[in-house]
Design a protein around this ligand. Structure first.
Ligand SMILES: [Zn+2]
Length: 555
């Protein structure tokens, strides 16, 4: 007996062996079969989809979930553009707060030119002298008012050297801009978020994910210096999971700086890792550890559009850490925007693979995060090394006009490759980098298909893909990158019942309408995580949080 039969559906399976179907049967959270496989089987619940479209649940291969969730609980500046808009919004918000309360904002920076920021003096005026702390939408920068600068001992001068970067004016006076690890200075004073606060943020974020059809995601880094919200962030995911507040499967990358030297038997080849040897793959299908995340470069570009070797650290240290992670059995997820950073990653992995042919190597599915400026010769090399690229197509719709002016149509067209990578045999995983840009996967699919900026300029016609291919990258591609293709990513027997119901077929509407297709219902492991119209009414609710009761004493 099936638990659920969904029939009369237009099912896009993303399984090349059976691309389309009209009925799907579920049992115990798994897909039993489609069409003929399940013909005549009785079912406890029958859902007549009445021609609605069913696809695998979406996977966002690179996003920042706690940041996205926290942004919902503070002053959200994501929709605010430019200097004037930012400062008037801060002023209005601050005026409603007690005299010395913190003004904490996230998503700051839209509509400012590259390198342009509001200053401490601006924020002192707008915030009425209150401590003001606005985190940039990239997550890599923040601006703070004089009250915060004073609190962290930077009121008059920046120490040299310092971790990360501290913006100063011509007289050496801090401007209020902090970048990368320098942002930790504030967290040490302003305190970290509590595990409960973060669990609430994860709840809010993954509810929003479910409404957009996301059934699993890869958090692109816990423990990122300056960008994290707590040193015990994984505890927040565990709390969210244990209390029924994790509404999509989570895989967590661990930032390289959290790894440290560990003493193991020489035969293990483990020099660096986490305590006790925990590594990629630890966890369960709902919550697991993913790759080691390493920042190899920044934007990969200078303000003049040239591609300098914008390394985040001493190249020798970056190489050492990539090699050590590979040897210790960590999947490597390298933030590499520019071609020189990509060379560094591929060279390091080539050296270590040649030196240790017995080590896991290709099986780890090492990843390039972003891969914005991949050279043609690197396309072939990525394919030979069986690397995966996690790409963010919405960067084109959101930032295309800004970078198009800087790089020109041809160069931007060659950036953020997709088609040429796929043709060469590289797996591409679709992602958003949310909250840097909006993260709804259907918007990502539309951006991947159209490659069009908000003003309607097309960048890289040759790198476009058709809607089914784009859908595959936001489902099967993501599952592959997360080493979870044995669990989800297609609608096929024995995989998990992670699926969405859509009101229209993304492969059969105008490509400019894909992003506005409505997600009517979302299901993870056979249970609804989003079902506002009660299409799946009668199905089991998500299991209640396991109650921790003491074992009854033996009689
Ligand atoms: Zn990111």
């Amino acid at each position: 007996m099936l638990d659920v039969l969904i029939h009369n559906a237009r099912i896009i399976t993303i399984d090349p062996r059976r691309p389309r179907a009209t009925a799907i049967g579920l049992w115990n959270g798994l897909i039993v079969g489609l069409d003929d496989d399940i013909a005549g089987l009785p079912a406890r619940h029958v859902v007549d989809a009445a021609g609605l479209v069913v696809t695998p649940g979406f996977h966002d291969a690179h996003c920042h979930t706690t940041s996205f969730g926290l942004q919902k609980t503070v002053l959200d500046l994501a929709e605010i553009r430019g200097r004037y808009g930012t400062l008037t919004t801060v002023a209005a918000y601050a005026s409603r707060l007690p005299e010395n309360a913190w003004v904490i904002g996230m998503g700051y920076g839209a509509g400012l030119a590259p390198g342009e920021h509001v200053t401490r003096d601006d924020l002192d005026r707008a915030g009425g002298g209150r401590p003001v702390w606005l985190t940039h939408y990239s997550g890599h920068q923040c601006v703070i008012s004089s009250a915060v600068l004073k609190l962290i001992g930077l009121a008059d001068a920046a120490p040299q050297p310092c971790r990360g970067r501290i913006g100063v004016d011509g007289n050496g006076r801090p401007t209020g801009l902090l970048e990368e690890a320098a942002m930790d200075l504030i967290k040490e004073k302003a305190g970290q978020s509590s595990v409960e606060d973060l669990a609430r943020a994860i709840d809010a974020a993954t509810r929003a994910y479910a409404a957009e059809g996301i059934t699993s995601f890869t958090e692109a880094g816990v423990g990122c210096p300056g960008m994290d919200h707590s040193r015990v962030e994984i505890a927040a995911y565990q709390l969210a999971r244990a209390t029924g507040r994790l509404h999509a499967r989570a895989q967590l990358m661990v930032h390289n700086e959290i790894l440290h030297e560990v003493a193991a038997h020489p035969a293990d080849a483990i020099d660096r890792g986490l305590d006790l040897g925990i590594k990629t793959g630890f966890g369960d299908p709902w919550l697991s550890l993913g790759a080691m995340k390493i920042w190899v470069d920044g934007l990969g570009l200078d303000a003049d559009g040239s591609e300098p070797a914008d390394f985040d650290n001493d190249p020798a240290i970056l190489r050492r850490d990539i090699i050590a992670a590979h040897r210790a059995g960590w999947q490597v997820a390298a933030h590499a925007m520019g071609s020189q950073a990509i060379d560094l990653v591929l060279d390091a992995l080539t050296v270590t693979s040649a030196a240790d042919p017995a080590l896991p190597g290709a099986g780890l599915r090492h990843r390039i995060e972003h891969g914005a400026f991949i050279r043609p010769d690197q396309v072939q090399r990525l394919a030979r090394m069986r690397m995966t690229v996690a790409t963010q197509p919405v960067f084109i719709s959101e930032f295309g006009d800004m970078f198009g002016d800087l790089l020109g149509t041809q160069r931007l067209g060659d950036a953020l490759r997709v088609r040429s990578l796929l043709d060469a045999g590289v797996v591409v995983a679709g992602s958003s980098d949310r909250p840097v840009v909006p993260g709804a996967p259907l918007q990502g699919i539309q951006a991947m298909v159209r490659r069009e900026s908000s003003s309607g300029r097309v960048y890289g016609r040759d790198e476009r893909v058709d809607p089914v291919t784009a859908l595959a990258m936001f489902t099967r591609g993501g599952a592959w990158a997360a080493r979870s293709d044995h669990l989800f990513g297609m609608l096929a027997p024995r995989l998990s019942a992670d699926l969405v119901l859509l009101d229209e077929d993304p492969t059969d509407v105008g490509t400019d309408r894909i992003g506005s297709i409505r997600v009517l219902a979302t299901m993870v492991a056979g249970e609804p995580t989003h079902d506002p119209a009660a299409l799946l009414a009668g199905l089991p609710e998500p299991a209640p949080a396991p109650a921790l009761s003491p074992l009854s004493p033996l009689a």
